[in-house]
Design a protein around this ligand. Structure first.
Ligand code: FES
Ligand code: FES
Length: 158
């Protein structure tokens, strides 16, 4: 039984060579080892979606994803979304619509939307709500979030 596992994982475009215990989860690697605090911990059991990040472009809950599973894969966190200091259109749309209050759910929410728009550039409301089903917001209600996603879709598809 090995105590640690060596992995090479690309996080926000940069390769990290890490030595991790087999049961260390991605959320702890991101928050504690790499100080990427945009990955929030709410429930810690794959229910609230606050810890959502993208792995090879798909949303996953970092609180229940073992770090060793990420060897050779690419992770995107909210810190990796803005390019050259310019916010991603989804981030801009969330600001425009005030689609958050405390902001705790927002990083995970935005990353789920990123994955949605990559697959469905013009989603209808049903599809938007379906993709955000795993992201819980206790503050805003979802109407402004849905509006923000619609605006982001228009920005992205031009
Ligand atoms: S903290 Fe991971 S889903 Fe809630
Ligand atoms: S903005 Fe507070 S939980 Fe969503």
């Amino acid at each position: 039984m090995t105590d640690t596992v060596e992995i090479a994982v690309t996080i926000n475009g940069r390769v990290h060579r890490l030595t991790v215990p087999p049961r260390r989860v991605l959320a702890d690697v991101l928050r504690e080892d790499l100080q990427l605090l945009g990955c929030k911990i709410g429930c810690d059991q794959a229910v609230c979606g606050a810890c959502t990040v993208l792995v090879d472009g798909m949303p996953v809950t970092a609180c229940t994803t073992f770090a060793f599973e990420l060897d050779g894969r690419a992770v995107t966190t909210i810190e990796g979304l803005a390019a050259g200091g310019i916010l991603d259109p989804i981030q801009r749309a969330f600001l425009e619509h005030s689609a958050f209050q405390c902001g705790f759910c927002t990083p995970g929410m935005i990353l789920s939307v990123k994955a949605l728009l990559a697959r469905h550039p013009e989603p209808d409301e049903r599809l938007i709500r379906q993709w955000l089903n795993a992201n819980i917001c206790r503050c805003t209600g979802y109407q402004m979030i849905v509006e923000a996603v619609r605006t982001a879709a228009r920005m992205v598809s031009g």
